[in-house]
Design a protein around this ligand. Structure first.
Ligand SMILES: N[C@@H](CCC(=O)N[C@@H](CS)C(=O)NCC(=O)O)C(=O)O
Length: 205
């Protein structure tokens, strides 16, 4: 039997969380290794590309969130078989990686520097991204981003929109998504209520 170990940070979000949900939805048992930031800094140099998530498959480390999501998504029936729908799914996941990139650049700032950078982000890239993602959702029919059903793009969107609306990011208004991207805000609740997502969180409690 293939062995899987997913290494990521010890919180229910970020790049690792949609992979955990998809692995659970696929019925794949995996070692859910959760590191503190301190533990990560000790092992950082040993991690491929000095970053997480890392999925170890039968002893081999594999990286890159969206590639991992496609791989697990195929096993979970959460990745479109139709090429155009797969393209829609990929487009959304790549767009969220752009969001990660821009937000990531502000993560270690403090005080006024943080406030200024976040305000610029909110008025600039975040506004562009959430409005654009809202349009992609509407293009997909309004309920899901691709394939008229749950895909790994929805899981990634759910985790990231939940974070944007949670207040965890200082100086990012919690109603930003609701104001600029109402379809995207509703989408978060829809995916959160999906039986596969509910089952994953039930398995955690
Ligand atoms: N391109 C990579 C980016 C991975 C990445 O930057 N991960 C962040 C956490 S979400 C990280 O490990 N940062 C630690 C660091 O850069 O030191 C992917 O898609 O997985």
């Amino acid at each position: 039997m293939t062995s899987y170990k997913l290494t990521y940070f010890n919180f229910d979000g970020g790049r690792g969380e949609p992979i955990r949900i998809a692995l659970h939805a696929a019925g794949i048992e995996f070692d859910d290794e959760r590191l503190s930031f301190e533990q990560f800094s000790e092992m950082r140099q040993g991690a491929p590309f000095n970053a997480l998530p890392v999925l170890n498959i039968d002893g081999a480390d594999v990286t890159q969130t969206n590639s991992l999501l496609r791989y697990v998504g195929k096993m979970a029936g959460l990745y479109p078989t139709d090429d155009l729908q797969a393209l829609y799914c990929d487009e959304v996941m790549s767009t969220f990686e752009d969001v990660n990139h821009h937000v990531g650049r502000t993560l270690f700032l403090q005080g006024d520097e943080l406030r200024l950078a976040r305000e610029q982000l909110v008025d600039g890239w975040l506004t562009t991204f959430v409005k654009g993602l809202d349009k992609l959702l509407v293009r997909g029919g309004g309920k899901y981003f691709a394939d008229n059903q749950l895909t790994v793009a929805d899981l990634k969107a759910f985790v990231q929109v939940r974070s944007l609306r949670s207040g965890i990011l200082d100086h990012v208004p919690t109603d930003l998504v609701d104001r600029l991207a109402p379809a995207l805000a509703k989408h978060q609740g829809r995916i959160e209520a999906d039986a596969r997502v509910v089952a994953y969180y039930a398995s955690r409690s």
